[in-house]
Structure formats: structure tokens, C-alpha cells
Design a protein around this ligand. Structure first.
Ligand code: FES
Length: 105
């Protein structure tokens, strides 16, 4: 599935992820600036924060408790905030768009 990540400065990156991989991992593999993933995907750092495009908000699985709790630490949290390490790529996410926050800290 193709995932589009848009940096805070507007730079767009289209990357191809694998089903079952997290969006964070796919972004790290593609060395996209703006995603940190300090904890390696353990839902304990909130530096893999991104905003799911409004058109996709209802198409992705709901955040589980650890993710909702950890999002409290994302400095620019919004209703469409997600931790990308908890967002597992599925076939039906082809074309999804996520925007990256200005800073992960
Ligand atoms: Fe640490 Fe996602 S990589 S919470």
C-alpha cells in the first residue's frame, strides 16, 4: 500500500509500506524526516505522532488504550492525532495521507 506523508513544511513523500508493518516503521525505513520513533514502536515515547487526513480518520482502526494515553504527551495533539507505530498497514489503507507535526517534542 502507498502511504503519503506530508512534512510540516509541505514536502510530500509517497512511500510503499508492507501489510502488517507499522506506518512508523515504513517511514523510518524510507528515512522520512519528522518521524522519530524513539522507543522503537513500544507505544511509550509519542515521537511517532502524525495527523491522519480527515478523509481517512474513519477508515483506520481506533486507537487502543496505550496509544490514547501516550498521545497525551504529544505536544500538538488534535482529534486526528495517532501514533504511527500503532497504525498497522492494511491493504485498504492504500493511498492514506498523514501530516507530520512541526516537532515531535
Ligand atoms: Fe514510540 Fe510510537 S515509536 S510511541
Amino acid at each position: 500500500p502507498t502511504i503519503t506523508l506530508i512534512e510540516h513544511n509541505g514536502t510530500q513523500h509517497s512511500i510503499v509500506g508492507e501489510v502488517g508493518q507499522s506506518v512508523m516503521q515504513a517511514a523510518m525505513n524510507a528515512m522520512i524526516p519528522g518521524i522519530q520513533g524513539d522507543c522503537g514502536g513500544a507505544c511509550s515515547c509519542a515521537t511517532c505522532h502524525a495527523f491522519v487526513d480527515e478523509a481517512w480518520v474513519n477508515s483506520v482502526p481506533q486507537a487502543e488504550e496505550c496509544e490514547s494515553d501516550m498521545l497525551e504527551f504529544a505536544s500538538t495533539r488534535q482529534d486526528n492525532s495517532r501514533l504511527t507505530c500503532q497504525l498497522v498497514i492494511q491493504d485498504d489503507m492504500d493511498g492514506i495521507v498523514l501530516r507530520l507535526p512541526e516537532s515531535q517534542y
